[in-house]
Design a protein around this ligand. Structure first.
Ligand code: SF4
Length: 375
């Protein structure tokens, strides 16, 4: 089964740290919806042999769409593609953009999972991140979603903001847990090139936290959430048993997915491709009946092996049997030296069936993969 990703490229304002593709203002909104519906329709022939069991609305801010716009998208998806009736269907919500009534209306759609971009429960931190919501709205939106009947909710949080202490970070985690949600994505603040935050760093207006502090926050998060019953199933992701994000698991398991909307990527038939990162070019191409793809790469055996190892190490570990059936050789034989070195250094654990990074290894996942496993 494959996944469907829809990129909704609108935001009320741009947050200083964000490098996802989105635009402010909604003058192109109507044309975008028409294009998105057409893109889905155009793909139906090509995707007729694929079956889908996850749908993920990301962005941007999908919760800016009206319920009627969301309904049109669902109608087109179900008309054009073969979608399983027990699909996981997630919408990313910005707490500043959803009223109680809207959450009730969204519940009537085929949506069964919400992902709230809360980032922090501290007003000071939210102002720093230039988010449009405050902590009260964040809390209220989760409670109202639960009242509307949602019982599979994720909260995104960001740690290691400049000046954030372990106590204030702990407060964020405690607040999230007090809301009885099922999933937490806890990211470390990153300074992406081209963002205002990156400029603030390079011009000395802010001083990022040290790697030691980031690592301390990271370890604390893992211990705190696993002690509270959450499974740490990917570097930044924690879920109560039975609530892992099925859509994101497709990325981490190297499974297929199709993306619609500007900048959306797809991985189908051993090929990765991405749509153009411009809403105007996207609308223009689709209106001419063309594909909006502007990047395409065939994933050969070597790339597939490298990616598979990287994705398995950054998530819940590499299963030896599955590895052998996918690549035709034994992982332990091929990588016996790195396995020995990494386990001795405490960066990884090996059992009869799998090889897995420890918390210390997770923090160095990129470096470890490149140094020890890249072919
Ligand atoms: S709301 Fe989300 S997608 Fe939009 S700018 Fe902020 S972080 Fe980026």
């Amino acid at each position: 089964m494959s996944g469907i990703y829809l990129h909704i490229p609108f935001c009320e304002t741009k947050c200083i740290y964000c490098d996802f593709y989105s635009v402010t203002g909604d003058t192109l909104r109507e044309k975008f919806i028409t294009s998105l519906l057409n893109e889905i329709k155009l793909s139906s022939d090509e995707l007729k042999n694929k079956k889908f069991d996850t749908i993920f609305f990301g962005g941007g801010t999908p919760s800016l769409l009206t319920v009627s716009e969301l309904s049109q998208i669902f109608n087109q998806l179900f008309k054009s593609l073969n979608i399983s009736s027990d699909s996981e269907v997630t919408i990313e919500c910005n707490p500043g953009t959803v009223s109680k009534q809207k959450l009730y209306d969204i519940k009537k759609l085929p949506v069964n999972r919400l992902s709230f971009g809360i980032q922090s429960f501290s007003d000071k931190e939210l102002r720093f991140l230039t988010r449009i919501h405050n902590s009260q709205e964040a809390e209220r939106s989760v409670i109202e979603a639960q009242e509307a009947g949602f019982s599979n909710i994720n909260i995104d949080l960001i740690s290691s903001l400049p000046g954030q202490t372990l106590n204030t970070w702990k407060y964020n985690l405690e607040k999230a847990l007090s809301l009885n949600i099922q999933h937490i994505s806890a990211y470390t603040l990153t300074y992406e090139k081209g963002t205002p935050l990156y400029k603030m760093k390079t011009t000395g207006r802010i001083r990022p936290e040290s790697e030691e502090t980031e690592s301390m926050h990271y370890r604390f998060t893992s211990d705190f959430l696993t002690d509270s019953g959450f499974e740490h199933y990917e570097i930044s992701n924690f879920a109560l048993p039975g609530f892992r994000c099925r859509h994101n698991l497709k990325y981490w398991n190297s499974e297929e997915y199709v993306g619609f909307g500007p900048s959306a990527s797809s991985y189908l038939n051993k090929t990765r491709f991405a749509n153009v990162k411009s809403i105007t070019k996207y609308i223009d191409k689709i209106s001419k009946g063309e594909k909006a793809v502007d990047f395409m790469e065939f994933i050969d055996e070597k790339t597939s092996l490298n990616e598979y190892i990287f994705l398995r190490l950054r998530s819940s570990g590499l299963d030896f049997k599955r590895f052998r059936s996918k690549f035709g050789f034994d992982f332990r034989n091929k990588f016996n030296k790195p396995i020995e070195e990494l386990t001795q250094k405490g960066y990884a654990k090996i059992s009869e069936n799998e090889f897995k990074l420890t918390i210390s290894g997770y923090s160095l996942c990129d470096e470890i993969t490149v140094k020890y496993f890249y072919q």
